[in-house]
Every structure is written in structure tokens, then in C-alpha cells.
Design a protein around this ligand. Sequence first.
Ligand code: ZN
Length: 141
Amino acid sequence: MVIKMKFKINESLEFPYEGFFWIIDDKVVGYSEQVPKYGYEYKQSKTHANSWDYMKPVNCDKPFDYYSRGRVMVDPEYDKEGNFKYFTAMVFLDPCIDNDYYKDIISDYYNLDIPTMYNINWMGNLKGRAGIDHYTCYKCR
Ligand SMILES: [Zn+2]
């Protein structure tokens, strides 16, 4: 019997992160912003397309939509009095990386596996849903 032990360097951190990412050589290459319980304002200006040039690996000549990619969105939820209750997350991701291995490293990277995270909604299969970026890569197009 194998017991999977995992050391998490950020286990004690209280806050999740959100942002967008690629999976390159089985690692997360991402942009992330910490989401506090109160007063968070998301800046929509950064995208896969306009960040690729400075985030891509050195000497990489692939376009921004070559590798599998996705986006993590975190929302703090409040009660009627405006007190923080918990976080919820929605993760849009390429169907190629919609499995436990990648969910694990994405959760680690964005610190989603914390006690104040109530729910993570993994949106890996969005075929036919209008108005949503499907995050396909060269393998699944
Ligand atoms: Zn894909």
C-alpha cells in the first residue's frame, strides 16, 4: 500500500490566488494575484495573449495558445451583514489537463486547498457552451 505524502510549502497561508496559467513540461507557468477576504478588485487587463511574450519560456517560439492553459477565478462570499463566509473558486481549463494530476498542481500553485475554500468548480469540458473561452491547445483543436 502506498500512502501519498505531500509537503506543501504554503499550507499555512490563509489566502487563495487567482489568475491564468499554462501547463508547460508538467509545471504551472502562471500569473497569480492574492485574493483577500475583503476589498478585492480584479484587474482584467492581463490575458494569455498579451502576457505570453514575457511569460513564455526562454527561446520558445510557440504561439500563446499552443500549450494547455486555463484560468482560476476566486470569489469571496459574504453573509447578509457583509461578513466574509468563505471562498469559492472556478477553474476553466483545457480538457487535456482536466484530471487529478493537474488539478493537484494547479491547486497547489494557486493555494486553493485551504480551510477557507468552500468549493472548487473545475470547468474542463465546455464544448458547446457559448461565450466561454474553451482553452484548447494544439493537441485538442
Ligand atoms: Zn488541449
